[in-house]
Design a protein around this ligand. Structure first.
Ligand code: SF4
Length: 337
């Protein structure tokens, strides 16, 4: 497996990050690239002037700050709560990424150095709960990618496991850098969920992520050390090759996943939502890329948000559901949305 390396061209950092161990580590690690002090990671004035075509350039900037928002949002899917965790935004460039709400504010990777505060709050919350809760810690970023920067994912998970006497952590990923997860002490309390898509979609839409076979191999390694198989098929993208693409995906999974992984599969299936902002950025930043907006099959819901039309989606849902049931007999489909 080739080692993924992130190349940043600039760091913006809040001055107070120097008061945190992780802050000092990051400033030292990236000392040879231009470092620019800022007042707030939430409002970097000079980046707001960038144009849509500069999207890829912005993604090469690393922002280091202190997380101020700690509000947990109730969730009713795999987890009980979405928890703002140690990062926000991402170095990769999936064309539909829902973190791209306002590209010059929340798409690039922001790493938060006050992780003790973030973790201690979560531990207290978990210990006070009357039931064993599942916390989604990866809804704002991809933690395996973040770990290439901070190198502390294993340590953070262990800190939670050691100090929270109940509670589980879960996060999705599109990457295969799973080494920090292999030695985790209690694998029943950690649920990594691998997000898969057909290789054609990965290549043409999910720029900078691991390819399909690498992700499948990562699932095999995870189940071999004791994790359960959690797979997200997400986001499902409907193109003229939809059936062929997803057939190929399932065939590849069937061939390449090991028997242990296939014996206890949990699926989440999520269809793509898109937006006017994505369209504008993608048109200007990736003019040669596939056009994900299709007026014929999409409808607008809310301001500038696009979803597949209900009838189109229902048929596609049924297709994916049947593919899964036919090929993975005992699998559990947690939801399809
Ligand atoms: S890997 Fe995930 S967080 Fe990163 S750009 Fe892609 S969808 Fe967004």
């Amino acid at each position: 497996m080739k080692k993924k390396k992130l190349t940043f061209t600039r760091i913006y950092y809040e001055r107070d990050v120097e008061n945190y161990e992780l802050g000092r580590f990051l400033l030292d690690k990236y000392a040879t690239i231009p470092n620019i002090p800022i007042d707030s990671h939430n409002n970097i004035e000079e980046l707001r002037k960038y144009e849509n075509k500069d999207f890829a350039k912005l993604k090469r900037y690393l922002i280091v700050g202190i997380r101020k928002t700690h509000k947990y949002t109730p969730n009713y899917k795999i987890s009980h709560y979405l928890v703002p965790f140690t990062s926000s935004g991402c170095y990769a460039m999936c064309m539909y990424c829902y973190l791209v709400c306002n590209y010059n504010k929340c798409s690039y990777l922001r790493v938060f150095v006050n992780k003790e505060e973030i973790l201690d709050k979560l531990i207290k919350f978990s210990n006070r709960a009357t039931e064993d809760l599942v916390f989604e810690i990866g809804s704002n970023s991809d933690l395996l990618l973040e770990n290439l920067v901070t190198e502390d994912l294993e340590q953070n998970i262990e800190y939670f496991l050691k100090n929270a006497n109940q509670g589980k952590l879960t996060f999705p990923t599109k990457f295969d850098m799973i080494e920090p997860l292999l030695k985790i002490s209690d694998k029943n309390r950690v649920l990594p969920r691998m997000s898969l898509n057909p290789q054609r979609i990965i290549e043409s839409v999910e720029f900078g992520t691991s390819n399909l076979e690498e992700r499948i191999e990562a699932i095999n390694r995870l189940v071999d050390v004791g994790y359960q198989t959690y797979i997200l098929i997400a986001p499902v993208i409907i193109t003229e090759n939809f059936k062929e693409d997803y057939d190929n995906l399932i065939t590849t999974m069937k061939e390449k996943l090991n028997e242990k992984a296939k014996s206890n599969m949990n699926f989440e299936v999520i269809f793509m939502t898109y937006s006017f902002i994505h369209r504008k950025i993608n048109e200007e930043a990736f003019p040669k890329a596939i056009n994900l907006y299709n007026q014929e099959i999409m409808t607008s819901r809310g301001i500038g948000k696009y979803h597949y039309k209900e009838s189109i989606k229902e048929e596609a849902k049924q297709y994916i559901k049947e593919l899964l049931i036919q090929n993975f007999k005992d699998c559990k489909i947690k939801y399809i949305v």
